[in-house]
Design a protein around this ligand. Structure first.
Ligand SMILES: CC(C)(COP(=O)(O)OP(=O)(O)OC[C@H]1O[C@@H](n2cnc3c(N)ncnc32)[C@H](O)[C@@H]1OP(=O)(O)O)[C@@H](O)C(=O)NCCC(=O)NCCS
Length: 168
């Protein structure tokens, strides 16, 4: 069995993405068109983890504004013209294939941000993933009332986090 690898996602991967999302995020369901729209608006940020037998994970990211988050299961309509971060909407990998792969995806997104002149990565940590994201350089940010209200749709443990990229 060869090692699973990240590759750009395409529209034919959508059913697999949707199935993995439903399995891993059963408490935070999102419609297939929400994934499809991200892929259409910003294919550069959408990747799948390809194993011998098919897709075993995905990562979705797109340009956005710091301290703002799209509502869960909501359409973006369009990307902001004055984006100041790449927002990691989600990374999800089937349990048997975890270990080092989130780091690889974040490295790819970091390179994409740098190449696009964007100096910050953002995400909402859910479940108990905050230590994992801290390990990858993200720091929790105090949310204002508007951000707190939006975070509520992501569950109780949702934490908004930023990672400022150091100039290289
Ligand atoms: C989140 C997820 C994609 C991580 O995948 P993964 O391949 O296990 O992640 P990695 O091994 O690349 O972890 C990144 C780093 O965090 C570390 N880490 C993992 N779990 C950790 C924990 N509980 N506490 C502290 N550090 C942790 C890893 O050791 C690694 O650091 P290292 O490279 O220096 O060793 C996977 O666990 C998953 O699909 N979870 C369910 C969906 C989910 O919660 N997604 C995130 C939504 S915000």
């Amino acid at each position: 069995m060869s090692k699973p690898h990240w590759r750009p996602a395409n529209a034919s991967d959508l059913p697999a993405i949707s199935m993995i999302a439903a399995r891993i995020h059963s408490d935070l369901p999102e419609r297939l068109e929400v994934f499809a729209e991200k892929m259409r608006l910003y294919p550069e940020g959408c990747r799948v983890l390809a194993a011998d037998d098919g897709i075993v994970g995905y990562g979705l990211a797109h340009p956005w504004m710091q301290h703002r988050i799209p509502p869960l299961d909501g359409l973006l309509a369009q990307l902001p013209g004055d984006a100041d971060c790449l927002y990691l909407h989600d990374v999800a990998v089937l349990p048997d294939f975890r270990g080092g792969v989130a780091r690889d995806y974040v490295v790819a997104i970091e390179q994409l941000a740098r190449a696009s002149g964007i100096a910050t990565l953002a995400l909402v940590s859910v479940y108990a993933t905050r230590p994992l994201w801290e390990r990858l350089g993200f720091r929790p940010v105090t949310a204002d009332a508007e951000l707190r209200a939006k975070l509520a749709s992501y569950g109780n443990s949702a934490t908004y986090m930023l990672r400022h990229l150091i100039a290289t």
